[in-house]
Design a protein around this ligand. Structure first.
Ligand code: OGA
Ligand code: MN
Length: 292
């Protein structure tokens, strides 16, 4: 029903069938380089709410066009990373495996992307929608995985649901970097990004569905010994990222993928020859709201 309505609102666009139990639909025939009609925007939002991950095929957006596309869904998040290239990034930044000289490398600046996470959960106001547009892809691999945190929550034993009810996790950029094996942040960076806490189970503001809100940035539980809290979070993460909750996206040239950080974890997969092939994607993010 929702699908038929959405398709009707997109005369040139077609919504495919669900890509996996966990989420995802492919949308063909839409031209995202131009302003969206109100109907198309509504249809995209409905498909986003119902499927969590949208895969638009055959797009070719420049950075300005990607900015304009994303801005139709809300305020765009600034890139706060402090590494050398940050100034160049602006509000549309590049995710890649290239070093400062533009050569493929295994020494990634964003190593944390290869661990399950939800974007910017170490901020008081974390990300809502992340948009990634493939610009250069390896011949194979370089996948991105998504795990559905509503399915994962629903599948928990009742005793666990009771145990985690009302708990808050501390999310910290420093802890996240430590776990990802990245160098520790500077003192200035630490002061700019103090740890924050969010509910372990958050409620989706549009659907009312409960979802686990965990991942690599979640370090421990407020008011619980750190080791015990970390162990609990790791147990939950192991449960939540089982194959039946996961959609694996195999990128195609021209793909523009967007996802809902409020109910998904995601990670990049290092299943390609990173030191040999280029993987370049452009990234924009819509700012979310305080999780509850
Ligand atoms: C991101 C991210 C994963 C990837 O851009 O937020 O986690 O596959 N990317 O590049
Ligand atoms: Mn991410």
């Amino acid at each position: 029903m929702a699908e038929a309505q959405s398709a009707a609102a997109m005369p040139d666009a077609a919504i495919g069938s669900r890509l996996s139990e966990a989420g995802g639909v492919a949308i063909t025939g839409a031209d995202l380089s131009r302003p969206l009609s109100p109907d198309l925007r509504e249809a995209i939002l409905a498909a986003f709410r119902d499927n969590h991950i949208l895969v638009f095929r055959s797009q070719d957006l420049g950075k300005d066009q990607q900015f304009a596309f994303t801005h139709q869904f809300g305020e765009i998040e600034d890139h706060v990373g402090r590494h050398a290239a940050a100034a160049r990034y602006g509000l549309v930044h590049t995710v890649s495996n290239l070093d400062e000289d533009g050569r493929p490398t295994t020494r990634l600046s964003a190593a944390g992307n290869y661990h399950w996470h939800t974007d910017k959960s170490y901020h008081a106001v974390p990300s809502l929608m992340t948009v990634l547009h493939a610009r250069e892809l390896p011949p194979e691999g370089g996948d991105t995985q998504f795990a559905n945190m509503t399915m994962a929550y629903d599948a928990l034993p009742e005793a666990t649901k009771l145990r985690i009810d009302g708990l808050r996790a501390v999310h910290s950029w420093a802890a996240s970097r430590r776990r990802a094996g990245a160098p520790p942040p500077s003192e200035i960076e630490m002061r700019e990004r103090p740890p924050v806490d969010h509910p372990v189970v958050r409620t989706h503001p549009e659907t009312g569905a409960k979802a686990l809100y965990i991942g690599n940035h979640a370090s421990h539980i407020l008011g619980m010994p750190e080791e015990e809290g970390e162990a609990l979070l790791l147990d939950l993460l192991e449960h939540a990222t089982q194959p039946q909750f996961v959609y694996t996206h195999h990128w195609q040239d021209g793909d523009l993928v967007l996802w809902d950080n409020r109910c998904l974890l995601h990670r990049a997969i290092a299943n390609y020859e990173m030191a040999k092939h280029r993987r370049v994607l452009h990234r924009t993010v819509v700012t979310g709201t305080v999780p509850f």
